[in-house]
Design a protein around this ligand. Structure first.
Ligand SMILES: C[S@@+](CC[C@H](N)C(=O)[O-])C[C@H]1O[C@@H](n2cnc3c(N)ncnc32)[C@H](O)[C@@H]1O
Ligand code: SF4
Length: 372
């Protein structure tokens, strides 16, 4: 089984915090970009080694900007080049301001069955500050309409913003829970280079929220979602009634995937590769039949460390037997493991190691300490 990710590198406007790859000049390049994406799918059809495709994910950027015809062209190209009879989940990231009865109908017609809706917050002050293209009223209407059309939904929220508080988070979560999405992704705001947010911080216009306050918000969020039936199956991801994201869970379980489009990443067990993060160069390379990616062969140490990094963030944890198949477990690893057990940061059940509630606050730090 394998997954296909398609990166749609266009947005209406730049959100103040975002460093994902996108450009705001959609109209000028849209046709060339769709042609290039379809051509890349055809050229790369061997990458997944004839494995059955189980999930397709349109991410971005803003894939909800595409027309039904454009989506259908991409999906038909996938169907003509890969074995897709077992596809169970087709997700599209949709911004609330793009969600309309017409678009929902066209997504349904194209077989899309899951929408990832980027709400971020229900507070108008936050949305303005983030420079989002939607307003607070559109958020609720978008989720309700998506449910009316029968879509599985997941919503994105960001916490730990400057000017945030537990009271504000409480209101946001109440509204989110009322809407009853099957899945919620909640991310702590990070300050990324080359964003408006970074400039504001550097100029002293904004004071970042300190780590303790972010941790307090994280703990509140986890408790609140748990008491409403959402299982935290990955640090930032919560699902109700088993509505786990199949596509993302597969990333964390080491299942192979092919990434198409500028900046998209791919993984086939032995190597990782990543496409160039420049729309014009990507299109030019595709048009001249040249390679669009850089590639890194993964040593057994790399694979060991990647499994620790991703596995530890999930409820499935890391399995010591699988680790020792990847690389010999050394003394330093054993020492760190028993230190974290003593500190109550991790738990061990048989050969499986998972993070405790306390450990989840330091997931990346704990993982890094276990690298070999
Ligand atoms: C790259 S966006 C793509 C989805 C879609 N364009 C949207 O904005 O809704 C995926 C998600 O990453 C999260 N994100 C992006 N930058 C972030 C940052 N600096 N800190 C925290 N979350 C961030 C947001 O929640 C966003 O919805
Ligand atoms: S958060 Fe989403 S809409 Fe905003 S700039 Fe990033 S990719 Fe585009």
């Amino acid at each position: 089984m394998a997954g296909i990710y398609i990166h749609i590198p266009f947005c209406k406007q730049a959100c103040s915090y975002c460093d994902f790859h996108f450009s705001t000049t959609f109209e000028k390049y849209r046709e060339e970009m769709i042609n290039a994406i379809c051509k890349e799918i055809e050229v790369e059809h061997g990458y997944l080694n004839d494995q059955l495709v189980e999930t397709i994910y349109f991410g971005g950027g803003t894939p909800s900007l595409l027309t039904g015809e454009e989506l259908s062209r991409i999906l038909n190209t996938i169907k003509n080049n890969f074995e897709t009879k077992n596809v169970e989940e087709i997700t599209l990231e949709a911004n609330p301001d793009d969600i309309s009865p017409e678009k929902l109908a066209s997504w349904k017609k194209n077989g899309i069955n899951r929408l990832s809706i980027g709400l971020q917050s229900f507070d108008q002050y936050d949305l303005d500050w983030m420079n989002r293209a939607h307003n607070a009223n559109e958020s609720k209407a978008a989720v309700q309409l998506a449910h009316k059309f029968g879509f599985n939904t997941t919503i994105d929220l960001i916490y730990g913003l400057p000017n945030s508080s537990i009271e504000k988070l409480k209101r946001n979560l109440e509204t989110a829970i009322e809407l009853c999405p099957g899945h919620i992704s909640a991310y702590c705001l990070t300050i990324e280079d080359k964003t408006a947010l970074k400039t504001w911080v550097q100029k002293g216009k904004i004071k970042p929220v300190d780590e303790d306050e972010q941790a307090e918000q994280f703990n509140y969020l986890v408790r609140e979602l748990a008491s409403n039936g959402y299982i935290q199956y990955e640090i930032s991801n919560f699902a109700k009634n088993n509505a786990y994201s199949k596509h993302n869970s597969n990333y964390w379980k080491g299942i192979h995937y092919l990434g198409i489009g500028p900046s998209a990443h791919s993984f086939n067990g032995n190597s990782r590769r990543w496409n160039i993060s420049n729309n014009k160069k990507y299109v030019d390379l595709i048009q001249s039949n040249e390679k669009t990616y850089e590639i890194e062969k993964l040593s057994s140490k790399n694979q060991f460390n990647e499994y620790v990094m991703t596995g530890l963030r999930t409820i499935w944890g890391i399995n010591l037997n699988k680790l020792s198949e990847l690389n010999e477990i050394n003394d330093a690893f054993e020492k760190e493991l028993s230190h974290h057990l003593d500190e109550g940061l991790i738990m061990r059940e048989g050969e499986v190691i998972t993070l405790t509630e306390k450990g989840k606050l330091q997931a990346d730090h704990i993982a890094a300490s276990l690298f070999i």
